[in-house]
Design a binder for this molecule. Sequence first.
Ligand SMILES: Cc1cc2nc3c(=O)[nH]c(=O)nc-3n(C[C@H](O)[C@H](O)[C@H](O)COP(=O)(O)OP(=O)(O)OC[C@H]3O[C@@H](n4cnc5c(N)ncnc54)[C@H](O)[C@@H]3O)c2cc1C
Length: 437
Amino acid sequence: MTIALSPKPLRVAIVGAGPGGLAATIQLSRLKDVELSVFDQARELREVGAGISLNENTWRLLQDLGAADKLEQFVQRGVQGKLLVEHRNGRTGELLAQRHHSGDPNKPPAVRIERYKLQNALLSQVPSGLIQLSKKLVGIRESVDGTALEFADASTNGPFDLVVGADGIRSVVRQHAFPEHKLTYTGKVAYRVLIPQEQVAHLLPDLPHASCFWHTRDTHIYTNVLDNGLFEIATRAVESEEHCNKVSWGQTVPREQVVPHYQNYCPLLRKVIAAPDSWLEFAMFGGPRLDSVTHHGHIVLIGDASHPLSGAFGSGAAFAFEDAYALKHAVDFARSRGQNLGYALELFDIVRAPRYRELYGVLDTFAFNVADIKAQKPDIDDDEYVAETTERNWQQAEGRGFIYGYNIANAWAKLEAVEEDKLRKFVPDPAVSLVAA
Ligand SMILES: Cc1cc2nc3c(=O)[nH]c(=O)nc-3n(C[C@H](O)[C@H](O)[C@H](O)COP(=O)(O)OP(=O)(O)OC[C@H]3O[C@@H](n4cnc5c(N)ncnc54)[C@H](O)[C@@H]3O)c2cc1C
């Protein structure tokens, strides 16, 4: 009689049920012999903030996650020639750059939707009852048996074979694995709001019916007329370090706190800013790139926990989806070839590190542009400065289709082919061994 040995289930904990954690939950729940536990500190899963952009890479991954159909109802395809995005001088209103929709009905449209819609679409694909709420991670204990998680309610869960840190920008998992990694305040806060279009009905005829960035030297205002009767405003403002220490993520603040920041804008934009009664305030933090986001072969970071890009490309959810895709495929590949988890996480680093290196490279170029313009033209006036930074950043970002056109499936397939080849070469060919014997 032969007894079939079933492979040992892989015990996986995902910490955080934001876009990254939900995507990882969907991806890893598709693997055989995986026991998944998902924890989030929130009492209920509720999205704060306002709109979120879905670009080509986001759609591709939403399709893979099975969540795209739930969102298609909110978007229009094939809107050829429709304005997609504009950049304007916030002080004068002058148009600096613009782009239109491609109009290709087969290409996913770039759209802006409310964040809760994205969250609901993802949640619809998560096996019910899997997410444990009110579980705030406070500590991690590693031992030979695996990794145990300690929560603020004094409970401990585990041990786990793999811990996925999807716990956002202030990741406790990252603090444990990379204590030397520090976040810094960018010097800016974001004020964001979604209001009914009726509140700005008298201003709409003069506003672009598309995403529009209105720039001044130190701040910008983003406006967008959404398809569903809502109007979105998202801004950046300079605030002191002292002020930012008092700001919690998504704190409600009155109109009076926001309006003074935008007195140098044209009358139309000043009226836009005065329309909402209250706003949500977010202090913007960022952190340096990590070459590796894996630790001891059993902890991995994804999404904002891995790379705090401070919302720089408006596509952090998509980057987190890419991470989740890569993680699932790396774990699957390693297990199906009898390799260990450490090898899977190495592959994860190999496929993800170049992507984040390129993204951080774009931020370095933007910072260089600012420094270079200031050095070349120390007396440049505000309008010229805005025109020149916008032109340089826009041209460079436009030339970098990889930001939103990136395809993680292609990157993974390339790596898989290389690894497959390497593994094949390492396995002794039985026929050759026999001859040699
Ligand atoms: C101003 C701004 C605008 C943005 N606009 C866009 C946009 O248009 N498009 C886009 O794609 N992205 C945008 N982003 C980025 C996007 O919001 C993030 O990149 C994305 O949410 C990252 O997802 P995540 O799952 O990694 O982290 P998060 O969304 O931060 O989720 C982390 C989860 O972990 C939980 N958690 C945190 N700590 C603990 C703990 N100790 N224990 C247990 N659970 C914990 C939290 O409750 C949360 O549910 C923007 C970001 C900012 C700041």
